[in-house]
Design a protein around this ligand. Structure first.
Ligand code: ZN
Length: 203
């Protein structure tokens, strides 16, 4: 499986990092070795001193899809979860300043926290889901999927023009505003509506 992630998909987050509002989705990938499941601890990597959390709604692909049309895009995902796109912000900023790909700042081991996945049918409208992240019990990020610049179906259409989607692939759909740094000892907990989805302690 592969992990496809979307950058700058919420206007308020693009603005907080002084990035322009994108005209088409900003796409990057993480390897499967990035996954961090089952509420496991996150070990602070040595190559960075500025790891940021980014809470994101995650969808699971359920069909092989190439050049998916808008009309059928809803048939290509079957489950929804919540995750964190951990980012080594210092490394990302350095790479961006050199106009280099920021892959390593996003794709390192355990940079993709993932919750259990919930069948799509359990949600009345995937494009109206509240989600949030707390750090040490205090809410640091809150979003609603209605505020995505490119909605889930648009992402499936766009990505599948370039990359074949396969059953089991995950798409991290972008983070709302409020990203910030973690330090050793912090506890991060993610929620969809009021339901606890994941937790991870920084070690
Ligand atoms: Zn992200």
């Amino acid at each position: 499986m592969k992990i496809i992630a979307v950058g700058r998909n919420y206007i308020d987050h693009a603005k907080e990092l002084n990035n322009p509002i994108p005209e088409s989705p900003v796409i990057f990938m993480k390897p499967d070795t990035a996954l961090l499941k089952d509420n496991k601890d996150f070990y602070y990597p040595e190559f960075t001193s500025d790891v940021h959390y980014e809470v994101e709604l995650v969808i699971r692909i359920c069909n092989e899809g190439k050049h998916v049309s808008k009309k059928f895009a809803h048939k290509y995902f079957d489950a929804i979860g919540l995750g964190i796109d951990f980012t080594a912000r210092d490394l990302q900023t350095l790479l961006k300043s050199k106009n280099l790909p920021w892959e390593l700042a996003k794709s390192f081991d355990h940079s993709a926290v993932i919750s259990h996945l919930v069948p799509k049918e359990n949600f009345e409208n995937p494009q109206n889901i509240n989600f949030s992240l707390t750090k040490n019990g205090k809410t640091v990020q809150q979003g609603n999927t209605k505020d995505m610049i490119f909605d889930i179906e648009a992402l499936i259409v766009y990505i599948s023009q370039f990359i074949t989607l396969r059953k089991g692939d995950l798409i991290y759909t972008g983070t709302p505003a409020g990203v910030g740094a973690v330090k050793i000892g912090d506890l991060l907990e993610g929620f969809i509506e009021d339901n606890p989805m994941f937790k991870t302690e920084i070690k």
